[in-house]
Design a protein around this ligand. Structure first.
Ligand SMILES: Cc1cc2nc3c(=O)[nH]c(=O)nc-3n(C[C@H](O)[C@H](O)[C@H](O)COP(=O)(O)O)c2cc1C
Length: 375
């Protein structure tokens, strides 16, 4: 079983993650984690801060020897460029849409900085680092996770006719991680309009895992159902307010005959589906093929347009204003979601197949895949 904890504040010394359960023998270079960290920092609609102050680099402090995992906990450390946490002023004015007020009441403090430093999406850098290790493990089995933006600022992308590989390669070179170039132009205009108005925009990202074997997760208990686990994990990403698997909320609009992915069999291929409306999961178990989820991100809470709030000390109303804010972080949320999905899948892999070394895990996976082939 894989597990991890992260620690660290937005303006503290660093973010740290300790990841346990990765089998021994997996090749892991800091560069493969840095690539993911860099992808998280990109995206049209973010301020200069992301490209200047926070150029993230990981240090792998434990769990590796000669570039390979040794089975012990892996410590990932990402130093913060801005370490001014002790110098920053207190925050007595809770911002709507942030954890400030709930956190201040809960932890009995008039200084909401104690809350926002940790609630900040800076924490997602640590999750992306963990996800990068999970991706590295999954790649040994041909499983790949990617994301692309399908809605932003009220503009819908329509890349349906493209293969997943085309969507993926287009998204990777697009400033908004969007595979539909025409929609992307309109999304960029929506971001620019919101920026001029001092406002922010949200959006929707599709997160896909390719080549997932059938049989991960289980139908037997609520906490073993993989759809529930994946939805919970994706929902825990900052600003994500809804998660869909496959057809998602649209299932309630369809007849059963329009929705369910019919089952086919051919000698070389085994069992297969021509459609993927279930998102690759039935009964909490993967069915083989792509796993498809969508995350819905709210517009960022920190905006230049003033919002009403009440000072924690004086109890007087005021209008919360900020000088500068990102307009959208939807593409970045997609990269975070890839890492989060990769972790859940890697965990499900290890649960099903076990193995303390990569060799053992591979033997177990191969044995199972042969069983499926011969079924
Ligand atoms: C990658 C990423 C970047 C974010 N950047 C910002 C930001 O610049 N400004 C902001 O107000 N919220 C940002 N957020 C969202 C807040 O962290 C989040 O809304 C806040 O912590 C409250 O949590 P909740 O929205 O999940 O309830 C970001 C979220 C993600 C995933």
């Amino acid at each position: 079983m894989l597990r991890y904890l992260t620690a660290g504040e937005s303006h503290g010394l660093c973010l740290t993650a300790i990841l346990e359960g990765v089998p021994s023998g997996l090749k892991l270079e800091p560069g493969s984690v840095d690539r993911e960290l860099k992808r998280r920092q990109l995206g049209y609609g973010r301020g200069a801060r992301m490209t200047s102050i926070e150029v993230d680099r990981v240090e792998i402090l434990s769990g590796l020897r000669f570039g390979r995992t040794i089975g012990s906990p892996i410590t990932l450390r990402i130093p913060n460029r801005d370490q001014s946490i002790e110098k920053l002023p207190p925050v007595t004015r809770p911002r709507p849409g942030h954890a400030d007020l709930g956190g201040a009441l809960k932890y009995n403090t008039l200084d909401a900085r104690n809350i926002l430093e940790r609630a900040s999406a800076r924490e997602t850098a640590a999750r992306v680092a963990v996800g990068a290790v999970a991706k590295r493990l999954l790649s040994e089995f041909g499983v790949e996770c990617f994301s692309h933006v399908v809605r932003l600022g009220g503009v819908d992308a329509k890349p349906q006719a493209l293969s997943f590989q085309r969507i993926r390669s287009r998204a990777e070179v697009s400033p908004l991680r969007c595979a539909d170039a025409r929609a992307e132009e309109r999304m960029i205009r929506a971001i620019d309009r919101a920026k001029r108005a001092g406002d922010t925009v949200g959006g929707t990202v599709e997160v896909v895992a390719l080549n997932v074997p059938p049989g991960l997760g289980s139908h037997v208990h609520y906490d073993r159902k993989l759809d529930g686990r994946i939805a919970g994990a994706l929902m825990s990403i900052q600003a994500i307010k809804a998660v869909e698997i496959g057809e998602g909320v649209n299932v309630s609009n369809l007849f059963g005959s329009q929705l369910h992915d019919q089952i086919y069999y051919s000698k070389g291929k085994g069992f297969y589906r021509k459609t993927h409306r279930a998102g690759g999961l039935e009964g909490g178990i993967t069915i083989g093929g792509p796993l498809i989820a969508r995350i819905h991100m709210k517009p960022l809470s920190t905006l230049r347009k003033p919002m009403m709030s009440v000072d924690l000390e004086t109890k007087k109303p005021f209008q919360a204003t900020v000088e500068r804010s990102d307009v959208s972080a939807v593409p970045a949320a997609g990269v975070v979601a890839e890492g989060v999905l990769a972790f859940e899948l890697a965990n499900a892999f290890l649960e099903k197949f076990g193995g303390d070394s990569l060799g053992e895990l591979k033997r177990n996976v191969q044995g199972y895949l042969r069983q499926v082939e011969r079924f």
